[in-house]
Design a protein. Structure first.
Length: 201
């Protein structure tokens, strides 16, 4: 569905005609996002097409990519290991915290660039608008991606990924398991399975 009208969310509109064709054949406008304009297969398809760290992984063989979809699954599994009694809501928040990257058309923008004031001024309002519609779909508050438990898990994931994928130091507090890159089809199947599991919880 092509929506060229205003969103019912307070979002900074630049050009409502910026519609992106999704795998589900729906049209999603990141500048005027609506929760009914995307399917979860769209998110999964986008996340298996995005490599963490722009694919720049010195410790990984050429041709292997550590996908954002895998990052989401590893993150929610890490939360469960750290808190075996974590309720479904924080699990959903952690699992879906990067969903925007599969929908908004900008992919996984690396932190050092994303934090530049001139970049943040443009991207952050769009990101927040997309996060708000994702939040409606998964039943969490709109600011879920910035919750302290989400940021804590994401920070640990960064250190773990840096050690295993980029040759960073072992800081001693990280999981012993070595991260390896999943192929896209496996990441897709596991992401969809985890999503269904959390929505049914």
């Amino acid at each position: 569905m092509v929506d060229s009208g205003p969103s019912n969310l307070e979002t900074p509109m630049i050009d409502p005609s910026a519609n992106l064709l999704m795998r589900s054949r729906e049209y999603f406008c990141p500048l005027a996002p609506r929760p009914e304009d995307f399917a979860w297969v769209d998110v999964a398809s986008g996340l298996i097409s995005q490599g963490r760290f722009q694919g720049q992984l010195p410790a990984v063989p050429v041709g292997q990519v550590y996908l954002v979809a895998q990052h989401a699954i590893e993150a929610v599994n890490l939360l469960r290991r750290m808190d075996s009694e974590a309720s479904p809501m924080p699990q959903r928040a952690v699992f879906h915290h990067d969903d925007v990257e599969g929908l908004w058309g900008f992919g996984d923008v690396c932190g050092p660039v994303k934090r530049l004031p001139m970049v943040e001024a443009v991207l952050r309002p769009i990101e927040q608008a997309c996060e708000a519609v994702i939040a409606l779909r998964i039943g969490v508050p709109a600011d879920f991606a910035t919750w302290e438990p989400v940021k804590r898990i994401d920070d640990i994931m960064f250190l773990w990924e840096d050690r295993d994928l980029r040759g960073g130091p072992d800081r001693g507090c990280l999981p012993r398991e070595q991260l390896t890159c999943w192929p896209p089809d496996l990441a897709y199947a596991r992401w969809i399975s985890e999503h269904v599991r959390l929505q049914d919880a």
